[in-house]
Every structure is written in C-alpha cells, then in structure tokens.
Design a binder for this molecule. Structure first.
Ligand SMILES: [Zn+2]
Length: 93
C-alpha cells in the first residue's frame, strides 16, 4: 500500500511524558521518550530509544504481541533483502 508507506515516513511527534506514562511504559531494555503521534498511526504510541549493535541509537515503537523493539533499519534490510541476508540478520539476533 503506497499511502501507508508514505505516512510512515512522516516525522513522529513525541509529547513529553507524564509521570504516569513514565511508570506505565518503563522497560529495562530501552528508554521511554514519550507518546508519539504519526500521520500513519490511529492512536498515540509509546516511543522508545534503544541501541542497535549495527546502527547505533534508534527510535521505534514496540511491535507485535511481544512488544519487541526492533531496529527499523534492520527490519528494512530484512524486508528489502534476499533470503540469505534475512538469515544473517536472524542469526545476529
Ligand atoms: Zn539495526
């Protein structure tokens, strides 16, 4: 879907977190920056800052049922790459 991809390229606006949000969204593996809103999202989502071993400091929202934080650049490489690249990324993780 072209429209959805364009929306995800928009810059995410992050609001300064309240104490309640800091408490609610705290996690040990990443720094909670605040609730973010993006043209491509229906609701504000918690945005985290974390370090990717390959790409350095990254920002993203938790994905999937396990709320995993995955480097967006690594995801893009998996999406764009061939199967052998995909396997390499999975082995690193
Ligand atoms: Zn990465």
């Amino acid at each position: 879907m072209e429209g959805r991809e364009q929306a995800e390229e928009e810059e995410t606006r992050i609001t300064k977190p309240t104490w309640t949000e800091r408490f609610t969204y705290w996690r040990p593996d990443a720094k909670f920056l605040g609730m973010g809103m993006n043209g491509g999202w229906r609701h504000p989502l918690p945005v985290y800052e974390f370090t990717c071993p390959k790409h350095g400091l990254m920002r993203d929202i938790p994905r999937g049922y396990e709320e995993a934080l995955v480097c967006p650049e690594c995801c893009r490489e998996v999406d764009d790459g061939l199967n052998d690249r995909h396997e390499k990324v999975l082995r690193v993780a």
